[in-house]
Design a binder for this molecule. Sequence first.
Ligand code: BG6
Length: 505
Amino acid sequence: MNSEELIRLTYANHKMILNDFDFVLFGGSGDLAMRKLLPALFSCSVAGSFPDTARIICIGRNDWEQEDFHREIDKKAKIHLKKNIPDTASWQTFLNRIVYVRLDADDLGSYPALVAAVRDDAAITRVYYLATPPGLFSKICGNLAASNLVHKNSRVVLEKPLGRDLASAKQINAEVGCVFSESQIFRIDHYLGKETVQNLLALRFGNVLFEPLWRREWISDVQITIAEDLGVGTRMDYYDTSGALRDMLQNHLLQLLCIVAMEPPTSIAPDAVRDAKLQVLHSLRRFTPTTLAQDVVRGQYRAGYIEGVAVPGYRDEADADPHSRTESFVALKTEIDSWRWAGVPFYLRTGKRMPDRLAEIVVRFKPIPHSIFAQDSNSFQPNVLVIRLQPDEGLTLHLMAKTPGDSMRLKPVELEMDFLETFRAPRMEAYERLLLDVLRGQLTLFMRGDELEAAWEWIEPVLNYWEQNETEPLPYTAGTWGPPAASALIGRNSLQWREEVLPQS
Ligand code: BG6
């Protein structure tokens, strides 16, 4: 099967007739555009999801001609196409959709160039994708409004970071909200576009099996981990002002937590799902001075080895501040104060330069109340459901089963489901799915303004505590699972992170 057939197959079930559109990409020559957005748009385009006349208008500050920009995409975006290099004809068809417009996003005087580039027809969907620093969001929206570029069929997509604390998030919401109504604003969190996240909805609400057990009576604890083996790479400029809490926990991990913990929404409609997620955020236990000191672990990697290759420490990375106190790891314990979850600890953890790239949700059930077998109930391992998002996508259910033979001995076994093998169909990348959702105006997988603010409100005391106490991150060696304090955190409840209980290979 060649690469194009593969893409068409991926989209076979998603074939849709989209309204004609102009997709305006601010930050059109930036890193995100080249690595993720243009490759994703290419896949959608090859799959035949786009109307012939649909266009992609890339905005940049460089004084390039059309051909210069096309060469730039050839050089920087093509290598990120996951589904092999396209044939020349379809790549050319894609390039033909792309128009480059030189514009200074914060200079109203340069907007006539954009006015001239978009089609002046309110029946055509117009998407403004702001892949720019958040400091420019309000300015761009204001300039769009002042240039009369926003109509009822316009949408705006905001890339993270969506603020750096509650006040800045509120400011973004308010200023963007002066130009676009809430139903026109798409706050992107690419984790919500991952296949397994949606499978989690299917697992919980498409089966009767789990939902009755999905509560404090049967669940002992939940762990959510997003680990990366990569370091900060070339993003030190951004990362050092952000850190793991702002970069990953405030958004991706909290969104996963919401989907695990939310009450059944009344439907899959955007506000039904977003109301249910908001309720979780409002029910998260607030931190106190004691829990801030005890239940949050902050770490920063030191030099070490990843798969046998020596890697530098955080403070020795390119462009690093040698005294930086930015965390590259965070682990915390929280609880959800609700009838469903009272007393169940939720552990969230993320870090860079950990041993593997891994994202998973681990739901541990309570032990059996009594053993009817000769075997002591302590030798029974509690059931565990592992939902894997990365590197592969799947589910593993850990059960106890009888070993063959005439004695009644039980041992742990695994029921395994690999999504790729089960469906034998190629997947869509998170950004492909989310961009199509933007184009068809489907908001379910995007954060609402109040969700964003509730997440910042909950996390902000941690940021303030670190700042006020000038908390030094604890060192951990690259290639390990974070500082020992992270094991101690979960150990206080006599629990262990999942890799600590796995047999060592
Ligand atoms: C981004 C963060 O949102 O997510 C990055 O800014 C991180 O620091 C990335 O590397 C991880 O995404 P994924 O999909 O590769 O797990």
